[in-house]
Each structure stands twice: as C-alpha cells, then as structure tokens.
Design a protein around this ligand. Structure first.
Ligand code: THU
Length: 145
C-alpha cells in the first residue's frame, strides 16, 4: 500500500483587492443574492458566471415549500448558462457562499465541458478565496461521463 496526499492551493484576498474583472463578477454575485427567494432558510446566496464570450450571468437560490424542489444559486445560473449559451463555456464563477457538494459536482462537469479550468471565487464576508479549478474544490469527484 502507498500513502498519498492531495494538496490544494488557493489564494486568499479581500474584495477590495480583486482585479477589476473579478471585482465586477463578485459584485454581480452579491447583487444577485438580493433577489434570492429564501423564505424557509432565510439564507440568500448569489452567484455570477463569466462566459467565454464575456457575458456575465447571475443566479440565486430559489426555495420551495416542497423543500427538495428548491435549487442553489450556483446550479440556477450554471444550468441557465448551458441552456441559453451552449456554445459559450464557463470561464469563472463568483459565489457569496461555499458551494455544496452537489453544486461542486455540477461545476466539475461544466469544467469538463469547457475543456479549461474554471476560476472560482468564493466570498466569506469581505474575504475572498480564489481557486484555479473546480477540481480543487472537489478532489476525486465523480468522473465517468
Ligand atoms: N445554497 C445555495 O444556494 N448555494 C450553496 O452553495 C449552499 C446552499 C442555498 C440552498 C438553500 O436555499 C439555502 O442556501 C440554505 O441551505
């Protein structure tokens, strides 16, 4: 048996130190959180995606009285992107929370579709963590597609 390790490198910064493109994306994610429909959890999440064609799309969590029917902000915007811009893949995503496991798996497949790493920015208040690839957020994710 061989012992192995998996190391993840990411950058930690603050919102005011982001480059202009990242700052714009994070600002849109924060704005989008304001339109979340979260009467049950009261936890609003916003997400913003930058496509290869430069377009920015936003989404937020949408809850439902039938709880499992609700959807996270990340999946709302990722599926909207693929539905409406199937030829323009995702380059980066900014989220006002840390994605759940299901959203990480969905983003992993988007990264595979893109053929290049997706840059991921996660805000935690004023702090922002930046990952160079979805793979860093979901090591050993399901990958038989
Ligand atoms: N939620 C998201 O929108 N994104 C995440 O990454 C984690 C959780 C939503 C789902 C639910 O509406 C609320 O946050 C509380 O879990």
């Amino acid at each position: 048996m061989n012992r192995s390790t998996f190391t993840i490198e990411y950058n930690v910064t603050t919102r005011d130190r982001l480059n202009p493109a990242d700052a714009e994306l994070m600002e849109k994610a924060i704005q989008a959180a304001g339109n979340a429909y979260a009467p049950y959890s009261k936890f609003r999440v916003g997400a913003a995606i930058r496509l290869k064609n430069g377009r920015i799309l936003t989404g937020n969590n949408q809850e439902n009285a039938s709880f499992p029917a609700g959807i996270c902000a990340e999946r709302a915007v990722v599926f909207y992107a693929h539905a409406n811009y199937p030829e323009s893949t995702i380059r980066s995503i900014a989220v006002t929370a840390s994605p759940c496991g299901v959203c990480r798996q969905v983003l992993l497949e988007s990264e595979k579709r893109a053929g290049v790493p997706i840059r991921v920015l996660l805000a935690n208040g004023n702090e922002v963590r930046i990952f160079n690839s979805v793979k860093d957020l979901l090591p050993f994710g399901f990958d038989s597609f």
